[in-house]
Design a binder for this molecule. Structure first.
Ligand SMILES: *Cc1c(COP(=O)(O)O)cnc(C)c1O
Length: 393
């Protein structure tokens, strides 16, 4: 097929995601810079309280990033050498890497072909005597089907650590994500729902997990005299296990607090733009649009379309490149984690999750973020219609 050169629909490149930072955010950070702590101080505590309250959890522990937070959650859950943890391959590597950090073994369950979320039935099939936890991921902001997952977990005494990096503000059957699983992680990377530059958090209702997370975040050190083996005096503290320096700074937490004030506006804009895409593409049978179960309210972190190769005379790669040439920053979420060379070396083979692998071949992520304009959305729509129209069979 001849290579079509499209005139870009726009002059400037539109990324798939980008932060929203306004004057209020900048002032909040400046205020924190004048404070006493800079590192973990009163802003971090306030940010933790605010996130916990927003999602309806008792406790929250902020971390330097979402990956560190997942590492902490695996520690708190007691994941150790040889323990198996079931997760999805349709995610960023961090959802599985956190298990490797603990010497555990990530086990990949396949996905549901409609939602691209982990399939509870596949989870059940992967359970062995060594299984200790499940890490469902709320793909693109859409909550995983948590009820059957929690049921399986209860039956087999497993901990559920929800990777909700995409899903701050999302709702599952009337309950906010963060109030449901044993522990839930949110990420504050710039493309996520709100940002602190780098940052992450674990929310939980379990006091024991909470204590362990706090201590893990700061070298395994405690200053709680009631829990120490010895007491040499007021200077004394104890390092009781090998933790890390995974602290968030007050500067970042101040930004997070200011961002959290805007979460409803952010979600509203994401929803509105997703609805514009749904509306514009609904008649195109070359595309499969994001499926929304009636029980879920997505955080719309990503807008992922699936191409139907039998209806198109071009590959996903050609369509991807054609859209990029038009300055539309499409992306692919995700390359299945077990495809990564590091995982291949560990012995994971292609073919272990056929549905995720097939979906991977056909998906494209369109730009979606609150700081884009309606005109940006219309540019994406025009480019997609043009490109698909060009390659329509
Ligand atoms: C972003 C992301 C993470 C990791 O978060 P960081 O804050 O970047 O470390 C983990 N899981 C998923 C699904 C993510 O998208």
């Amino acid at each position: 097929m001849e290579r079509t050169t499209f005139r870009p629909v726009r002059e400037s490149y539109l990324p798939y995601g980008r932060q929203w930072i306004d004057e209020e955010d900048i002032e909040a950070v400046v205020e924190a810079l004048k404070g006493d702590f800079l590192t973990t101080g009163p802003y971090v505590s306030r940010f933790e309280r605010a996130i916990a309250d927003y999602v309806g959890a008792k406790y929250a522990v902020a971390f330097s990033n979402g990956t560190a937070a997942l590492h902490g959650a695996c520690f708190a859950a007691g994941i150790g050498e040889g323990d198996e943890v079931i997760t999805t391959p349709m995610t960023f590597a961090a959802s599985a890497n956190c298990v490797l950090y603990r010497g555990g073994v990530p086990v990949f369950a396949d996905i549901d072909e409609k939602t691209y979320n982990i399939d509870p039935q596949s989870v059940e099939e992967k359970i062995t005597e060594r299984t200790k936890a499940i890490i469902p991921v709320d793909f693109a902001g859409q909550p995983a089907d948590l009820d059957p997952i929690l049921e399986i977990a209860e039956k087999h005494r497993l901990v559920v650590i929800e990777d909700a990096a995409h899903a701050l503000g999302a709702v599952y059957k009337g309950r906010k994500v963060g109030s449901i699983s044993d522990m839930t992680m949110f990420s504050f990377h710039p493309v996520k729902l709100i940002t602190t530059g780098e940052g992450g958090i674990i929310v939980t209702n379990n006091e024991e997990y909470y204590e362990r997370l706090l201590q893990f975040r700061t070298h395994g050190i405690t200053r709680d005299r009631s829990r120490m083996a010895e007491d040499h005096g007021p200077w004394y503290y104890e390092m009781q296990f090998l933790g890390y320096n995974y602290r968030l700074t007050d500067i970042q937490a101040a930004l997070g607090l200011s961002q959290l004030k805007k979460i409803e506006k952010f979600l509203e804009l994401r929803r509105r733009y997703a609805a514009m895409y749904n509306d514009a593409f609904k008649g195109m049978d070359e595309l499969i649009l994001p499926h929304q179960p009636e029980w879920a309210e997505s955080g719309w972190h990503l807008y992922v379309i699936r191409l139907r190769p039998e209806k198109l005379a071009a590959s996903r790669r050609e369509i991807f490149e054609a859209l990029q040439r038009q300055n539309i920053g499409v992306n692919v979420h995700y390359i299945p984690v077990h495809y990564q060379p590091y995982y291949r070396k560990l012995g994971y083979d292609k073919g272990i999750c056929p549905k995720a692998e097939r979906v991977y071949e056909e998906i494209l992520t369109l730009p979606l973020f609150p700081a884009m304009s309606e005109q940006d959305v219309r540019d994406v729509i025009e480019a997609v219609k043009r490109t698909v129209g060009q390659y329509r069979k």
